[in-house]
Design a protein around this ligand. Structure first.
Ligand code: 5RP
Length: 229
């Protein structure tokens, strides 16, 4: 008997069906992105011609093991579609990402793509960014004290992310501050504030980047689409 799909699998399979021959496809990181990678690899076996670029070493390894062609990010300036999950999605399509350790690549790919499809189940939908999770802020290791001080001045509270007995380190070689802010600051304001703090390498707010959110809920898929500007 074939096991029924869960909501993350359902949106991942739907997104894989949207990929056409000869597209350059960005691969996200996380459990939902993995479902997408696996389904895309199945479509390749069925004849789909596709080139991929990965947002992390772990996704690159998975895609290669599944037989997908993976091009190094260094060789591309533009991609057709980037497909990734998120930790939170606001009604205005702002995202919070960064539970993983690859924010720099993830935001680069999101920004370089014509379409950024975000795959979530309905547990990821929030009223405002920061509602359920702290905001991940990547900092150069030598700058974390100064950045923490700057963030304190704009109301940030938090600490360095731990990993076992040590500190978590991103694949870019940064430390991660997990910070909470006053909920009166919306994602647009926070994005602008964080972009302006010296020493911040990248942060987990993806503002104005997603073009479509696919939400799996009760065996259905709901869509939120960015209006043309
Ligand atoms: C990694 C991410 C992931 O996309 C996010 O954590 C969602 O993960 P999952 O699909 O496992 O729920 O932002 O940095």
């Amino acid at each position: 008997m074939v096991a029924p799909l869960n909501d993350k699998q359902r949106v991942a399979h739907y997104a894989a069906d949207l990929i056409h021959n000869d597209m350059v496809v960005g691969l996200g990181t996380g459990s939902t992105a993995n479902y997408f990678i696996d389904e895309l690899a199945k479509r390749r076996v069925e004849g789909l011609r596709v080139t991929t670029v990965a947002s992390s070493i772990i996704s690159s390894n998975r895609a290669q093991q599944m037989g997908l062609e993976v091009v190094a990010i260094e060789h591309l300036s533009h991609i057709d579609v980037y497909v990734d999950g998120a930790d939170e999605v606001s009604p205005q399509m702002a995202l919070l990402k960064g539970r993983g350790a690859d924010l720099v690549r993830e935001k680069l790919l999101a920004n370089a793509s014509d379409q950024f499809l975000v795959l979530v189940d309905n547990t990821k939908m929030v009223e405002y960014i920061g509602q359920k999770h702290p905001i991940a802020i990547e900092v150069a290791p030598f700058s974390w004290e100064m950045v923490s001080h700057s963030l304190l001045k704009i109301g940030g509270k938090g600490s360095l992310r731990a990993n076992g007995d040590g500190l978590a380190m991103t694949s870019h070689g940064s430390l991660v501050l997990d910070m909470t802010f006053d909920s009166s600051l919306d994602s647009k304001q926070l994005n602008e504030l964080l972009n302006a703090v010296p020493g911040v390498v990248e942060h987990g707010i993806f503002q104005g980047l997603a073009t479509e959110i696919l939400i799996g809920e009760n065996e259905q898929i709901a869509h939120i689409t960015k209006l043309a500007e």
